[in-house]
Structures are given as structure tokens and as C-alpha cells.
Design a protein around this ligand. Structure first.
Ligand code: SF4
Ligand code: SF4
Ligand code: FES
Length: 245
């Protein structure tokens, strides 16, 4: 569809609820605005806030699919508000906050709590046995490994994959797509000294890669197009290889 799809009157149905306000109850609120050429959801929500309701809560920072703060349910699909063009949507646009994460208010959620807990559970940092020596020569890494790590590191922690995952929606213990990606990233890193048994304990259970039912909603939804399908295949292979040793 064209990015320049003017002359439409857009109808928004937006989830409203302020958990901090005892008088607030969850409900949908309707707004209407004129569509502008090349209008993103970021622009549309700003227009609604400026012209109709300054109390509307939503998050944006970079406006260019880098910071990961603008994830929301757009007509039932987890999406980045800043990179979603209204011209790619029908005239009626329903917006909800991402599920799974703590609701701050209206469309704003705190993904940071979930990602911090996931990082702590999976110990998402390099486990090195030797102390860092700033005078030592830099470790070498082969290009293929560096590329795979780089691919996983492109995750902007927007939470869209987590929101799309049926398992993550019902189990707070499941590492979720972004968590599995983090585990794969560190298990591939030659500087991380965790051995196969350590990784087996972390990934080979229902909270790890065997909790994934493989419908690949996460893979289809990821706005950064991370190769999540390959990530799970890698983790399953790693788990099975260790089990068969
Ligand atoms: S493929 Fe696995 S991790 Fe991805 S959405 Fe489905 S259950 Fe969740
Ligand atoms: S894997 Fe993709 S969808 Fe999931 S948090 Fe990272 S960037 Fe967002
Ligand atoms: S505003 Fe940063 S990703 Fe959308």
C-alpha cells in the first residue's frame, strides 16, 4: 500500500486504564483524526494527545525502530508504533498495550522489569574465569561466530515477540523468544566459559527451549527480523548433543 494515502478519517479505539488511579477502570475510548500523508502511529497518537486528550499515555523515544519503547498491539498484532504507517492499516485502528508486561497506563508498559528478570535468570553476561587484563591482546573470533552473535545482539528488547508468544502469555517462568535469543547469544560466545552442562541446565527444560511449541509467531512478528527460527534450532541441537554425550 502507498505511504501517501491522504483524505481518510481515521477512527481509533484505544485502551484506557490508569492502574495508579483507584477511580480508573479499563475501557476503550474512541477518537477520530484526519490521516496525513506518511503518517506513522507515532504521529497519529501525538495528534490525539495534542488535540483531544493530553492524558493519553504511550511511549516513544527514537522514532526509528532502535530504542524498542513503542511496542503495542495494533489491531491485535504486536508492532512498533514508530514504524507502523497508518496507510498500511484500515480506517478503524484498535490499540492495546502489549500483554505480558507490567502496565504503566493506557498503551504504556514497562518492558524493563521483564527483560531485567530474564537477564538475571539466564545470567546474560559473559562468564569469564580470568580477570580482565586491559593490557592483554584482544581475543580473536572467527567471522561466522561474530556474525551470529551480531545477529542476536540486534534485538532491541521491544517485547513484540514476547507479546506474540502463547507460552510467554501463560507462563511467567518461560524464557520467551527474546530470552532464548539471549541464551543463544552467550552460549555461542567463545569468551563465555560456561560449559555444556551449565547450558544444558539452563536451556533444556520447559522454561527454556523445550517450552517453545514452535508455531513461530515470534519469528514472523520480530520488527528487526532476527533469525529466531535458527536460534531455537541451534539451542535444541545443543541440548540434544549434550544429552547424547
Ligand atoms: S515459536 Fe516458541 S518462542 Fe516463538 S512464539 Fe511460538 S512458542 Fe513462543
Ligand atoms: S527478538 Fe525481535 S521482537 Fe523480540 S524483543 Fe528482540 S527485537 Fe523485539
Ligand atoms: S520509538 Fe524507538 S523503537 Fe519506536
Amino acid at each position: 500500500m502507498s505511504g501517501n494515502n491522504a483524505n481518510r478519517r481515521l477512527k481509533f479505539e484505544i485502551f484506557r486504564y490508569n492502574p495508579q488511579d483507584p477511580d480508573s477502570t479499563p475501557h476503550m475510548q474512541n477518537f477520530e483524526i484526519d490521516e496525513l500523508p506518511y503518517m506513522s502511529l507515532f504521529m497519529a497518537l501525538n495528534e490525539i494527545r495534542e488535540k483531544h486528550d493530553p492524558s493519553l499515555q504511550f511511549d516513544f523515544a527514537c522514532r526509528s525502530a532502535i530504542c524498542g519503547s513503542c511496542g503495542m498491539m495494533v489491531n491485535g498484532k504486536p508492532s512498533l508504533g514508530c514504524r507502523t504507517q497508518t496507510s498500511d492499516l484500515p480506517e478503524l485502528i484498535r490499540l492495546h498495550p502489549l500483554p505480558v508486561f507490567k502496565l504503566v497506563g493506557d498503551l504504556s508498559v514497562d518492558t524493563g522489569i521483564w527483560f531485567r528478570e530474564m537477564a538475571e535468570k539466564s545470567e546474560a553476561w559473559i562468564h569469564a574465569k580470568e580477570a580482565f587484563d586491559p593490557a592483554a591482546q584482544e581475543d580473536r573470533m572467527d567471522d561466522e561466530t561474530a556474525q551470529k552473535i551480531y545477529d542476536s545482539d540486534r534485538c532491541i528488547e521491544c517485547g513484540c515477540c514476547v507479546a506474540s508468544c502463547g507460552v510467554a502469555n501463560v507462563s511467567g517462568e518461560f524464557a520467551g523468544p527474546a530470552g532464548l535469543n539471549r541464551m543463544a547469544r552467550f552460549s555461542m560466545d567463545p569468551r563465555d566459559t560456561r560449559d555444556d552442562a551449565d547450558w544444558f541446565e539452563l536451556i533444556s527444560n520447559e522454561h527454556g527451549v523445550f517450552g517453545c511449541i514452535g508455531m513461530m509467531a515470534c519469528h514472523d512478528i520480530c520488527p528487526k527480523e532476527l533469525p529466531l527460527l535458527e536460534v531455537y534450532a541451534y539451542l535444541r541441537r545443543k541440548a540434544l548433543t549434550t544429552a547424547l554425550k
